[in-house]
Design a protein around this ligand. Sequence first.
Ligand code: ADP
Length: 236
Amino acid sequence: MNNRTVVKMDRVKKTYIMGEVTVEALKETSLEIFAGELLVILGPSGSGKSTLLNIIGGMDSPTSGKVYAGGEELGSAGEARLTRYRRNEVGFVFQFFNLIPDLTARENVELAANLVDNPLSTEEVMEEVGMRDRMDHFPSQLSGGEQQRVSIARAVVKNPRLLICDEPTGSLDYKTGRMILGLLAKINREHGSTVVVVTHNAPIGAMAHRVARMSSGRIVEIGENPAPVPPERIEW
Ligand code: ADP
């Protein structure tokens, strides 16, 4: 693990046992995620993408193998350390936004800012995602794309080391989806945040510095992209 590595998975497996049935959601998988990179993880539904994301985000723990973040092994660091990692060092963006419906956009973002010691300014982050004028709207008063902007602001305001996005365009129309990907690329570029995007949508890989392909619980290929394409120019 060198100081360019944000998270490292070392021979991680995740197995779910449900009665008689055992599902190997993640077969032995190793992966290093580097500081400042935009990594796209591609694969069909059921290939283990969310399982991998949940493990690198500290939301789930491996059945075997080790996960290191900031040089520390998360599994042996105890529940309190894992909570601190998830809360302070990771920002999550979900397919269905997961905003709290009876809080305004501003309050949703402030709630996240209050979890960490050195948050960014809510107003500035709202400006950055283009939602400064709608901060006092409730989620139900916002379009899907606007809700996703707020959810990106909620993740970014924590100034996390790692921004993890699970199918961030999965519930948006094509044009809005491209705008959201453009915003994630901008945050990667301007904040230097490490961004991991999971998607089943192969053309989205063109925006990444590296693309990891998953199939049946394994990373089967990792490719470098010498010339990432701005999401606004990607067609799918
Ligand atoms: P993807 O994100 O690529 O669609 P997932 O990581 O969600 O894939 O799932 C990988 C496999 O693990 C699937 O077969 C899925 O049904 C199974 N799986 C995921 N989560 C659970 C769980 N909590 N309990 C049982 N099986 C699960």
